[in-house]
Design a protein around this ligand. Structure first.
Ligand code: 3HC
Ligand code: NAI
Length: 696
């Protein structure tokens, strides 16, 4: 048989192989091949049982996401699985790699399931703004406890083979690593034992205790934060428990189609592909990554300690330099604390923790200990003078070929590189706080940075399980530059009449986990203050500068760490609006002659988004970001932008570039200096184009 599905009959067992690299997605050709292979085997008098497995690294990893949004082509996965389940001979799904989404649904439609010990299982449709739409919401609650089924579907997290066995999701764990042979042997055993068919749909749903589903639903609603799929999944599960299978499945279909038609689905699928596209940068074609095993970190404060932790968790050898013994001891303590946290969360084994502390990690006060490292990441104070001094010294000590990286948030990498005799080996590696948790890494490419060094930055990110985004050099790179711009727009809204608490409420309702002022309090107001002081000499006199944040800092209120900032922070973690903050803002309005007016939540978001999109368009237009998707990924992974909105430039495409440009023109009447439309935005709006057209 040609095509991605083929059958071999051996010893009265039909072994059906799905071969659709890279992940055996259930594309149209796979669906067509699979159903005819199963039906042929069922009709074949020489066959007693049927095994389905995937060639290569994995069983089916889901429906083919590339087909979503296109006209659906029969056979559809739900019908295929129903037909497969209805055959007269026992079917075995032999699972390895990741059985995900439509793949796990295919396995649930098979009568028996065997898996390698390394296999993993999940229904990640929720991450695409969808629900399992091929019977998963109906069959899973018939096989495993309902609360667990709901948790798997609403969170999209995977489980391993041991847990799957305990839950009853699979029947056996195979020995060894040959899934084809294991599936074959299992089918032979079933035939020998006289086992018959065992359709999941014929089983009764698992029992649920009174009120259990409501409790799960309440938890899911709380965690969903604007994402609609999780509650639709709960509706589908409820249908599984209350309706006959066929009706439940119809309900599932209707809910699935609703989600398929929703903007959230297209936003999340954009994010899925953008996550993978963002790593495709030109230097990876021309550059060869250098071998990085030993790294040095300069500075063991918030960022240095986090970066060291992240590198240690990735298996690297780390030497961290601080200014004196006391600071070095403190850094050691912080890193140990982070690593102990990883042990507690089950991310690191105790033995590995002990091996790191006793072997792979050391602190020093002498840069001479960096003589044999492959890469140094500098994370000292955000001061050009201090950084230049550090790079001059590193250049003298580090071996030829060692990469010198800076974690600066804003400063010019080219100016730092110029302090060395090897500017081609200098790069920005901008981690986000907390560096051992946040997944984003901006790889900042200087004028002279070599392609090998860029490729090394991307390879390091992969090793550290980070999402790397390539950025050019400008003040604040992609993310902080855009952040500064929308923060200015928000400050404008506050001066015009909104309170910081109105802003946070509007942003949180829009889908952000935390509003701008809550985040500022958490990060520490002193960081932004220091940056504003740095920028003050270059500030354009036409800028309508909002002073209230500086005034709060002048009172020694830096946010959560000092107990007061925009909010009053209680010892119990509570955050209360601070009337004194409102007084400070009112005084500034009065001094500037501004009469406050009512600012609606819609206007707050329009200002926030118009500023963000406009600056993003400048960042793309100037070539700082390679593509619009690089901006989207930065904002999604580093700035809490809701994934279900796809990133600012996807959002702009959805609401229409005319609308954004129009908003800018309205706000321009108030502040002509700040609200200058980006040439790229104007061009695309005039042409009726979209940012997506530039993603390639
Ligand atoms: N459809 C189409 N392409 C897919 C795909 C899918 N389901 N899953 C992965 N790919 C593509 C990726 O885009 C990537 O393409 P590229 O090389 O051109 O960039 C390639 O396969 C390899 O993917 P990864 O880089 O992600 O490879 P990893 O080895 O890191 O991860 C994976 C493999 C765990 C399978 C991961 O790709 C993944 O999580 N995929 C998505 C799984 C998923 O969401 N399944 C549910 C689909 S929806 C569904 O089934 C609906 C049903 O209920 C009706
Ligand atoms: P921090 O003040 O917490 O830590 C800086 C550390 O560097 C201090 O422990 C200090 O003792 C040490 N240090 C100073 N000069 C040194 C030298 N010459 N040699 C060795 N150690 C020295 O600062 P933080 O927040 O960790 O920031 C560090 C860098 O990371 C800055 O450039 C900052 O802009 C950047 N950054 C900060 C983020 C944040 O959220 N805090 C996020 C991303 C980047």
């Amino acid at each position: 048989m040609s095509g991605p599905v083929s059958t071999k009959i051996e010893d009265r067992i039909a072994v059906i192989e799905i071969n659709n690299p890279p992940v055996n997605a259930a594309s149209h050709a796979v669906r067509e091949g699979l159903i005819s292979a199963v039906l042929d085997a069922d009709a074949n008098a020489d066959v007693d049982a049927i095994v389905i497995y995937g060639a290569g690294n994995t069983f089916i990893a889901g429906a083919d996401i590339k087909e979503f949004g296109q006209p659906p082509k029969a056979p559809h996965l739900p019908q295929l699985i129903d037909e497969m389940e209805a055959v007269s001979k026992p079917t075995v799904a032999a699972l390895h790699g990741t059985a995900l989404g439509g793949g796990l649904e295919t396995a649930l439609g098979s009568h028996y399931r065997i898996a390698l010990a390394t296999a993993r299982f999940g229904l990640p449709e929720v991450h695409l703004g969808l629900l399992p739409g091929a019977g998963g919401t109906q069959r899973l609650p018939r096989v495993i406890p309902v609360a667990k089924a709901a948790q798997m579907m609403t969170s999209g997290t995977m489980i391993g083979a041991q847990e799957a066995l305990q839950l009853g999701l699979i029947d056996e764990i195979a020995e060894g690593d040959d899934i084809r042979s294991a599936g074959f042997a299992y089918a032979q055993k079933l035939v020998a034992d006289g086992a018959g068919v065992r359709p999941t749909s014929a089983r009764a749903p698992m029992p649920v205790a009174e009120g259990e589903l409501d409790a799960v639903r309440a938890k899911v609603a709380k965690a969903a934060r604007g994402l609609i799929a999780p509650l639709k999944i709960m509706d589908a599960i409820e249908a599984a428990l209350t309706l006959p299978f066929d009706e439940g499945q119809q309900k599932e279909r209707a809910l699935f189609m609703e989600l398929m038609a929703d903007e959230q689905r297209s936003a999340m699928i954009h994010a899925f592909f953008a996550d993978r596209q963002v790593g495709k940068v030109p230097e990876l074609k021309t550059g060869t990554p250098r071998d990085i095993r030993k790294i040095g970190v300069v500075g063991g404060g918030t960022m240095g300690a986090g970066i060291a932790t992240s590198a240690l968790l990735a298996g690297l050898d780390v030497t961290l330099a601080e200014r004196d013994d006391e600071a070095a001891a403190k850094a050691l303590e912080t890193v140990s604390g982070h690593l102990s946290g990883a042990v507690k969360r089950g991310k690191l084994k105790q033995e590995k923790h002990d091996a790191i502390i006793g072997g792979k990690f050391r602190t020093t006060t002498d840069y001479a200990d960096f003589a044999d490292v492959d890469l140094v990441i500098e994370a000292v104070f955000e001061s050009m003078e201090v950084k230049k001094d550090v790079f001059g010294k590193l250049d003298m000590i580090c071996k030829p070929g060692a990469i010198l990286a800076s974690n600066t948030s804003y400063l010019n990498i080219d100016e730092i590189a110029a302090m060395t005799q090897r500017p081609e080996d200098v790069i920005g590696l901008h981690f986000f706080s907390p560096a051992h948790v946040m997944r984003l890494l901006e790889v900042v490419v200087g004028k002279k940075t070599s392609d090998d060094v860029v490729a090394s930055g991307f390879a390091l990110a992969k090793k550290m399980r980070k999402i790397a985004v390539r950025s050019g050099v400008c003040d604040g790179f992609i993310g902080n530059r855009i952040l500064n711009t929308y923060a200015t727009a928000i400050n404008g809204a506050v001066l015009a009449g909104a309170s910081p608490y109105d802003v946070d409420r509007a942003m949180e309702e829009f889908g952000l986990a935390m509003g701008l002022f809550r985040v500022a309090d958490l990060a520490g107001l002193d960081i932004g203050w220091a940056n504003r002081k740095r920028m003050a000499p270059d500030r354009d006199p036409r800028e309508q500068y909002a002073e209230f944040a500086d005034k709060i800092c002048e009172l020694g209120r830096y946010g959560r760490k000092t107990g007061r900032g925009f909010y009053i922070h209680g010892a119990d973690g509570s955050e209360t609006p601070d009337p004194e903050v409102l007084d400070i803002i009112a005084a500034e309005r009065a001094a500037k002659g501004i009469t406050p007016r009512e600012i609606s939540d819609t206007e707050i978001i329009d200002r926030y988004m118009a500023a963000m999109v406009n600056e993003s368009a400048k960042v793309v237009g100037e070539g700082i970001a390679l593509r619009p998707l690089d901006v989207d990924i930065t904002l999604l992974n580093g700035y809490g932008f809701p994934r279900w909105r796809g990133g600012p430039l996807h959002y702009a495409d959805t609401v229409g570039l005319d609308k954004i440009l129009n908003d800018i023109k309205i706000f321009q009447k108030e502040d002509d200096f700040f609200w200058q439309p980006a040439p790229l935005l104007e061009k695309l709006a005039a042409e009726g184009g979209k940012f997506a057209d530039l993603n390639g």
